[in-house]
Design a protein around this ligand. Structure first.
Ligand SMILES: Nc1ncnc2c1ncn2[C@@H]1O[C@H](COP(=O)(O)OP(=O)(O)OP(=O)(O)O)[C@@H](O)[C@H]1O
Ligand SMILES: [Mg+2]
Length: 767
């Protein structure tokens, strides 16, 4: 075990101060690579060496992988025994653990299922269908993100109507049934004993609000709370942390406003900016030395982020070597981009002898990975992809997991629908619909109906009723076994019993073989999971434990074989917090990065922050690539290099000759290869980025309400006539999101034009 002195010797003066200050709340705001995560890690080790019991420390990270990493570091510093009992994980995994322990209090059982995004969407689809609504207007994806937004802002289905006064005008125009759908969705989830991802945070808040004794219990258990990547927390997360730390005030958070990249998921940068007002006695620490990257990379990242107006000024420097300049790779086509990047990787691998695990290819969207995969495969370069269609989302794996879910929680209607006729049992779509209808009419789960079709007067013939009963009994007897067997034994038994094995053995097609291998891999994974838990001192590892772990994986957690030498491919969002010697940022083109969906300066600044995150992942070398033409939806489009390239200090980047030319010229509108194709959305490069539509008070509503305004405005629409207690009647000219809150510019006639935050303005919408 390390001495306190030796521990602190591994930190610079500023880091040391932040680590040893533990008398009250503290906040570290600092740029990328300056050791924020290291401060948290060392602070925990410091607390442990000072006698805190590990089980009294709660540390919240952004991914499970980051938690594992931090735990490993702490174990290296202070010994495995001390690190073992730390409460460390993502918000979702930590609070789902609490919710399982307290589930009965809020009307669930401890075996509740966690619905993933596709389960939720499927529930919403059937609600929209059942309510006979037009799914072109009531798009399940849109409804889903609105529900998520509401939950992350702690607006429940039942309180939605009350809060909706402000949100109502656009909803009333376009999706007036939204609150009914939300309520039905909440009801369906509850009936299925299921929570979705956002529910983890919502219900944790409800639990703490409604059961003060539970809150007190956790408050006294956690003597210290630490949060990494605080700039990307949302309101629901912020309130949980605030509640837990309210009494003892021993809380340490770290973050970087320049790396806030999750506002589309409800993250609110105000949480970090207003930490001081939430915790008035808090102490602010700044770190300035970057230990990750070469001087050139740090300077390039600094020059880029300077272009953002909204930011806290920071002085970040590196004392590492100067390093090489950023290399730009210009390709004619997206296929060539893949080829050139793979070639560069191979060259570096042979020249510099860097292992493949030192390389990362980072992109804006998952869909970009394909060209690189092909090019890497051609050169036999091993790689792993995070995110996208992960292992656990493959059909055969989802099928097996659905059985697991149903057996531990028979009310899980999504799981039931998935397994009732797989492998085929002669229970058709019509029968399943009848079961669903009956469940709805009788307000019971599907499971109850198939357990007694006669009682529920299910309109099916005798043989069909018998098939339902057989299925019910098979699942029931497995759920009895579940009490006795551990996760692995049970999983093996299930796969044998329900007929998946035979289904796969019958057919020797190549795809079936690989599906069989995947299932085998799943079983191996469960086996390892059980062993690991046993090693950690747990007994009785049931399938629920395994399921709750896999259902809370994030984009960074998909691959378990971490030690092998593979190149990493992931989105920039998933790369947050990570570092690699060699980083390739690819697809650096207008309409791709920044994304073509950007419609305000604020959104553009978030894209720039995303680029800043990408650049600052690199330790030694950073490459940026773009293609001059790219296939999109089966069409070849000509592209323009991203405007962000010219944000980087030109002395630090090797631009090819044709780039300067392209940027001196006025950017052209998007050219289209096939002249017969319909006109394309205008390129973002044809002029300055439009800020929010500004309209005169007389503008028509149709003109005023663009999709973007509607989606993110969360309420008042441009062109609305509104009433304010003090300023009287006015017309909304513009809407803008400011630090997560909506700001409206309103023309109040004689009382002038005012910028008001909707949150406080208490506007009444007149028309
Ligand atoms: N005092 C130090 N001595 C040696 N190495 C350090 C020191 N401080 C930080 N580092 C190293 O610098 C790298 C970046 O640190 P860390 O990941 O903690 O930065 P961060 O501020 O959390 O970055 P990000 O904003 O990207 O999350 C790590 O490899 C870390 O081990
Ligand atoms: Mg970090």
């Amino acid at each position: 075990m390390i001495s306190l002195e030796a521990l602190l010797d591994q930190l610079n003066e500023n880091q040391k101060e932040a680590v040893v200050y533990n008398d009250g709340p503290s906040l570290v705001i600092a740029g990328a690579g300056s050791g924020k995560t290291r401060v948290l890690t060392f602070k925990i080790a410091y607390l442990l060496l000072n006698g805190y019991h590990p089980s009294t420390i709660l540390a919240l990270t952004f991914t499970n992988k980051a938690a594992r990493e931090m735990k490993r570091r702490i174990a290296d510093l202070v010994g495995h025994e001390r690190a073992r009992w730390l409460w460390m994980g993502t918000f979702h995994s930590i609070f789902s653990r609490m919710l399982r322990a307290e589930a009965e209090r809020i009307g669930f059982t401890r075996d509740f299922t966690v619905y993933d995004a596709s389960d939720s969407r499927s529930v919403l689809k059937s609600i929209i269908k059942e309510m006979q609504l037009d799914d072109k207007v009531y798009k399940p994806g849109l409804i889903q993100s609105r529900i998520s937004y509401a939950k992350n802002n702690l607006i429940t289905a039942s309180s939605y109507e009350t809060y909706a006064d402000l949100l109502k005008s656009d909803a009333a125009q376009r999706i007036p049934q939204f609150s009914r759908i939300y309520a039905e969705y909440a009801y369906q989830c509850r009936k299925a004993n299921a929570m979705d991802f956002d529910d983890m945070l919502l219900y944790a808040n409800i639990l703490f609000r409604d059961f003060p004794e539970v809150l007190d219990d956790y408050r006294s258990r956690f003597q210290f709370i630490l949060v990494d990547e605080y700039q990307d927390t949302n309101l629901a997360q912020h309130i949980i942390v605030k509640r837990l730390a309210e009494i003892h005030q021993r809380i340490a958070v770290v973050g970087d406003d320049a790396q806030s990249i999750y506002s589309f998921r409800g993250a609110n940068i105000d949480n970090i900016l207003q930490f001081k007002s939430q915790f008035p006695n808090s102490k602010l620490f700044k770190l300035e030395q970057n230990y990750r990257s070469t001087q050139n990379i740090v300077a390039a990242a600094n020059s880029l982020i300077q272009k953002n107006k909204a930011q806290i000024q920071k002085n970040v420097f590196s004392e590492k070597n100067k390093g090489t300049r950023i290399q730009l790779i210009s390709a004619l086509t997206d296929t060539e981009e893949g080829y050139l990047v793979a070639k560069e990787v191979a060259d570096l691998y042979y020249q510099e002898h860097d292992p493949y695990s030192d390389f990362a290819i980072l992109y804006r969207t998952n869909a970009q990975s394909r060209n690189f995969e092909e090019a890497l495969r051609e050169r036999n370069i091993p790689y792993r992809i995070y995110g996208g269609l992960s292992f656990y989302q493959r059909k055969e794996i989802r099928d097996v997991l659905a059985y697991f879910r149903l057996i531990v929680n028979p009310s899980d209607s999504e799981a039931l629908k998935r397994c009732i006729n797989y492998p085929a049992r002669g229970i058709g779509e019509t029968t399943i619909n009848k079961v669903s209808d009956s469940a709805r009419q009788n307000q019971v789960s599907l499971w109850s109906v198939i357990g007694d079709p006669q009682f529920f007067q299910l309109p099916v013939n005798k043989p069909t009723a018998q098939k339902l009963l057989n299925f019910h009994d098979m699942i029931y007897s497995l759920s009895v076994e579940a009490q006795k067997l551990d996760a692995y034994e049970l999983a093996v038994k299930i796969i044998k019993t329900v007929g998946i094995n035979e289904d796969m053995l019958e057919d020797n097609a190549v795809e079936t073989l690989s599906r069989r291998e995947n299932i085998q891999e799943l079983l191996t994974g469960i086996h390892e999971f059980c062993e690991q838990k046993v090693n950690e001192g747990e007994t009785q590892i049931g399938l629920t434990d395994f399921l709750s772990e896999v259902s809370l994986l994030t984009d960074q957690d998909m691959d378990t074989a971490e030690s092998t030498d593979k190149l990493t491919m992931m989105t920039i969002h998933a790369a947050k917090g990570l570092e690699f010697r060699n980083v390739f940022i690819v697809g650096m083109e207008e309409d791709l990065f920044p994304s073509g969906y950007v419609s305000s300066d604020r959104e553009l600044e978030e894209e720039r922050r995303l680029f800043y995150v990408a650049l600052t992942r690199a330790e030694e070398r950073c490459y940026i690539s773009y293609a001059k033409s790219r296939f999109k939806n089966g069409q070849l489009n000509f592209t323009h290099p991203s405007r962000f390239l010219s944000d980087i200090d030109q002395a630090l980047i090797d631009l090819p000759a044709d780039f300067r030319q392209a940027h001196v010229e006025q950017p052209k509108p998007l050219e289209v290869y096939n002249k017969n194709m319909p006109p394309q959305r205008p390129s973002m490069s044809s002029g300055p980025v439009s800020s929010w539509k500004r309209l005169t008070p007389g503008a028509s509503k149709e003109e005023a309400s663009s999709d973007t305004v509607y989606q993110s405005g969360g309420g008042v629409t441009i062109g609305n006539k509104v009433y304010h207690e003090k300023f009287g009647t006015g017309v909304v000219l513009a809407l803008e999101q400011m630090d997560g809150n909506w700001k409206a510019n309103i023309d109040f006639g004689d009382n002038g034009t005012r910028a008001l935050l909707l949150k406080y303005a208490k506007l009444k919408i007149l028309e």
